[in-house]
Design a protein around this ligand. Structure first.
Ligand code: PLP
Length: 427
């Protein structure tokens, strides 16, 4: 055990996730690569944890942060803050939400907490609809609504949650249905649920489930849900913490895959926008955002240093069409991994969109999830110089690939070859 790992174990909680039997200390990064304290260079196929959206040590972001640090780090939201207004304007416009207001937080959890607070206050109901297998963060209210039993710690949540079918399509009673029949079955399930309860405040959903193993419903599910929600006056919260900013290639936001649903009433974001700086936030129509009476601030939300990073990062993303890159390179990577998977019975499915790719592993010849093999693949990939992620809760048999959106074709091929070797070496 390394000295740092021993010190880590002595002072940090046991439940803090660590990958690898011999956990890795990362010392620095550049582009799509990071370097370990072991002196080794790794191709980063998880982008931190979907946080390094453009690239490690992107000069444009470094420059913006350094210049801002020389002026002021933080002055609080009690005063006007130019970088915060600049970034809010851009995000409001990109969100597609009419008359949008943006509230900055410091994490995805805090963004979802705020969204739940807004929805329950606006609709005067403490009931929430959430998707089965969902994950929305680790605060009391966010874990209280998660549809992933690994994180559901208590029945004392301040919110009452009802769980809806549709987020996961790979298993469960509707798994073998066609897209149209799957949507129809989920809609019936939702209608049935609503027939048995007073109207919930909102449905919160990740357009593609992240921690849940990069599973997505057929396009159009949320448009079909939207009609029912609108009939009952239920708000729709899209949790875009993992799916936002063009990662899915075809769309800038995950909700856009659902076409005629139109924008959500509330959208939450975090992870990639700060390229590693802690930025989260909520976008909502003005009447929803302004339903809170009391002054409410997030002390560090919107602080100048993080906003400077967000602005430089977002500008780079848009100017270099990284959404287009995610579509092209991600599409190629998915095809390549599917070809590999066809030869390997340990792979049940390669799925995803753009640079958000899941590889689900099973015990060969069965349909049984295989977390042990997933851990072994992670170790073997690391040995080959590749870092990848895996799902959480009861989805640890799914490998997750979500590199920075500047990934090149050559890097995608290099990573796929290492992964192919790792997959082949475990069975
Ligand atoms: N929502 C989704 C979809 C997430 O994947 C996560 C984190 O993984 C969160 C919310 C919570 O974000 P944070 O860890 O920044 O609090």
């Amino acid at each position: 055990m390394s000295d740092l790992y021993a010190r880590h174990k002595a002072v940090l909680p046991d439940w803090l996730a660590l990958y690898y039997k011999d956990p890795l200390e990362i010392t620095h990064g550049e582009g799509r690569h990071v370097w370990g304290a072991d002196g080794k260079k790794y191709l980063d196929f998880f982008g931190g944890i979907l946080t390094t959206m453009t690239a490690h040590a992107l000069p444009e972001v470094t420059k913006a942060v350094t210049e801002q640090a020389g002026r002021i780090l933080h002055s609080s939201t009690l005063y006007l803050n130019r970088p915060m207004v600049d970034l809010a304007e851009r995000i409001a416009q990109l969100s597609g939400i009419p008359d949008a207001r943006v509230f900055f937080t410091t994490s995805g959890t805090e963004a979802n907490d705020t969204a739940l607070l807004l929805a329950t206050t606006y609709r005067r109901s403490n009931q929430i609809l959430a998707m089965r297998n969902s994950y929305h963060g680790r605060s009391f209210s966010a874990v209280g609504i998660t549809g992933n039993r690994g994180w559901s710690p208590t029945s004392l949540s301040p919110l009452q949650t009802l769980y809806v079918h549709g987020g996961v399509r790979t298993r469960g009673p509707f798994a073998r249905l066609s897209d149209t029949d799957f949507i129809a079955a989920c809609v019936e399930d939702l209608k049935d649920l609503l027939g048995h309860t007073r109207p919930p405040a909102a449905l919160i959903a990740e357009p593609i489930q992240g921690v849940g193993g990069f599973t997505s419903p057929p396009d159009g599910l949320y448009a079909a849900f939207r009609e029912i929600l609108d009939e009952h006056g239920i708000l729709w919260i899209a949790d875009e913490v993992q799916t936002g900013w063009g990662r899915t290639g075809d769309h800038f936001w995950g909700w856009q895959a659902h076409g005629r649903s139109g924008p959500p009433d509330i959208l939450t974001f975090a992870k990639g926008i700060g390229n590693g700086m802690s930025i989260g936030g909520v976008v909502a129509r003005a009447d929803i955002m302004n339903c809170l009476d009391a002054n409410s601030i997030s002390t560090f939300g919107g602080t100048q240093i993080t906003m400077a990073a967000g602005l430089a990062n977002l500008s780079y993303l848009l100017e270099h069409d990284l959404q287009g890159n995610a579509r092209r390179v991600g599409g190629m990577l998915i095809e390549r991994l599917r070809a590999v998977a066809a030869q390997l019975p340990v792979v049940r499915e390669v799925r995803g969109r753009g640079l958000m790719i899941g590889v689900e592993l099973v015990r060969p010849g069965t349909d049984e999830a295989d977390p042990d093999t997933a851990s072994a693949v992670l170790e073997a990939a690391r040995a080959g110089g590749l870092l990848i992620g895996k799902g959480g809760g009861h989805n640890t048999s799914v490998l997750r690939i979500a590199p920075p959106l500047t990934l090149t074709v050559a890097e995608a091929e290099e990573g796929a070859a290492i992964l192919e070797h790792a997959l082949g070496s475990v069975h």
